[in-house]
Write a protein that binds this ligand. Structure first.
Ligand code: CP
Ligand code: NVA
Length: 333
């Protein structure tokens, strides 16, 4: 396969803010090409990551990011090694800086999931190999690539669409979607209570992209007016990993921001050709989880989650193709 030169060879991906607009759209297009390549079985003939050893360091739980990384690396002939923070000395008996220097001598790349953004930055600085951010408290860049792939597969394009994010307007998902939309020319509205509004720093980063690409980045505290004209309704859990103690407080703050059929109608686009529903997952859409068995659906109703608007499982599958695109762009020529 002839790979496009995205200028990412040997580089890390720690935040979408660090990528150019062309790198973001280029990774989405590469993911679409790699998805077709897997379907045709071409990865088995000419694997792009042969001989590459990839380490996964995960301080937080994961289903999609963990599995997508392992399958992506296997698909292209490489070898993944999963290390939870319980398995290694990382940050406990050994500094991040020392662990990074050891891992950099053995592996070709590191997928990190954890708490502080500084940890993933230190890993990249001291390991000397490409490091990919598989979620920190501040950013979740690989998720947004999968979201954009799903949107492009449905609508055929990104620029000019409008995405409304509802919920915790200052978490890793809201931050990353806002910056991502600004880079691909999509209008973005962060629909959230004022207590959970995004930071000035993230708004400023997105503002620069919006100016370049002629799109709007807005914050609305009105869950009815805020979603008007949206083509993508997007939500996330109300309390992120590490924020479990804030669960009750968030239920009260975010009650009116639930994605339900009334909200779908409020977009004015209640037609699956004009509107889709996305969620990075995992989601509380019924009472079938340990967390939601008492409270039932939270950020999205079962009706919307299971509706024809919902593309959440296409989106989950696309984590595989977009993570693969990113690793290939960093490690294959
Ligand atoms: N969306 C996402 O990152 O899922 P996981 O937490 O399962 O990796
Ligand atoms: N905001 C969520 C995203 C999970 C994929 C969290 O950090 O837990």
């Amino acid at each position: 396969m002839k790979l496009p030169d995205l200028g990412l060879y040997g580089k890390s991906v720690l935040r979408l803010a660090d990528l150019s607009d062309a790198q973001v759209t280029g990774l989405v297009d590469l993911a679409i090409a790699l998805k077709a390549r897997k379907l045709a079985g071409e990865n088995l003939v000419d694997p792009l990551l042969k001989g590459k050893n990839i380490c996964l360091i995960f301080e937080k739980s994961s289903t999609r990011t963990h599995c997508a990384t392992c399958v992506a690396v296997h698909d292209e002939g490489g070898s993944p090694e999963y290390l939870s923070s319980q398995d290694i000395h990382f940050g406990k008996k050994e500094s991040v800086k020392d662990s990074a220097r050891v891992l950099g001598r053995m592996f070709d790349g590191i997928m990190f999931r954890g708490f502080k953004q500084k940890t993933v930055e230190d890993l990249a600085t001291y390991s000397g190999i490409p490091v990919w951010n598989g979620l920190t408290d501040d950013w979740h860049p690989t998720q947004i690539l999968a979201d954009f792939q799903t949107i492009k597969e449905h609508f055929g394009y990104l620029k000019g669409l409008k995405l409304a994010f509802l919920g915790d307007g200052r978490n890793n998902m809201a931050n990353s979607l806002m910056v991502g939309c600004s880079k691909v020319g999509m209008d973005f509205v962060d629909v959230c209570p004022k207590e959970l509004a995004p930071s000035k720093e993230v708004l400023a980063i997105a503002g620069e992209g919006a100016k370049r690409n002629g799109c709007k980045i807005e914050v609305s505290h009105d869950p009815v007016a805020g979603v008007a004209g949206a083509n993508i309704l997007y939500t996330d859990v109300w309390a992120s990993m590490g924020e479990e103690a804030k669960f009750q407080e968030r239920l009260a703050l975010l009650h009116d921001y639930q994605v339900n059929m009334a909200m779908v109608k409020n977009t004015g686009n209640a037609d699956p050709a004009k509107l889709i529903f996305l969620h990075c997952l995992p989601a509380f859409h019924n009472n079938e989880t340990e967390v939601s068995k008492e409270c039932g659906a939270l950020e999205v109703t079962e009706e919307v989650f299971e509706s024809e608007f919902s593309k959440v499982f296409d989106e989950a599958e696309n984590r595989l193709h977009t993570i693969k695109a990113m690793i290939v762009a960093s490690l294959a020529k």
